[in-house]
Design a protein around this ligand. Structure first.
Ligand code: FES
Length: 152
């Protein structure tokens, strides 16, 4: 990578720092847990009021979220929110992860501009739905096969 590219990247970051926290920039530019999870134990796709979609996949072991991944077609802050939400969920028990709120995501991101706060809500709502899906599948395991069939 040429140094001029790095300088350019640094320049963009400087501009972004005027609006976003360091954590929000980092999670939108280098998102964690991006992509689909094979054979997930829980999955949800939620469309936010802005029309953007977030998807979250969960792998659960002994009642703990072993792995959480996401995809979104939304903006940079929705990427940062999905990244942070899945990071917060990993390693937590289902009961704890269920409580992860928009506020928790915003705090962990060091805040977002007011007009982007709903991106964190979309991410925390998607996590809640994915957990609901996990719990439903636990009760009725045949649903898992059905999920596979429809490509989740
Ligand atoms: Fe829709 Fe960010 S999730 S604007």
């Amino acid at each position: 990578m040429s140094s001029s590219w790095e300088e350019f990247e640094e320049l963009i970051k400087q501009e972004m720092r005027k609006i976003y926290s360091e954590a929000a920039i980092e999670h939108s530019m280098n998102p964690k847990n991006l992509g689909e999870l094979e054979d997930a134990d829980g999955f949800a796709r939620v469309i936010g009021p802005c029309g953007d979609t977030m998807e979250i996949w969960l792998k659960v072991k002994n009642g703990t979220i072993a792995q959480a991944t996401f995809l979104t077609d939304g903006c940079g802050t929705s990427i940062a929110s999905g990244s942070m939400t899945t990071e917060l969920a990993k390693g937590k028990s289902i009961a704890e992860a269920r409580k992860i709120s928009q506020e928790n995501v915003l705090n962990a991101l060091g805040g977002l501009p007011e007009e982007s706060e709903h991106c964190a809500l979309l991410a925390s709502n998607t996590l809640k739905e994915a957990i609901k899906d996990y719990l439903a599948m636990k009760k009725e395991p045949w649903k898992k096969a059905y999920h596979k069939h429809i490509g989740h």
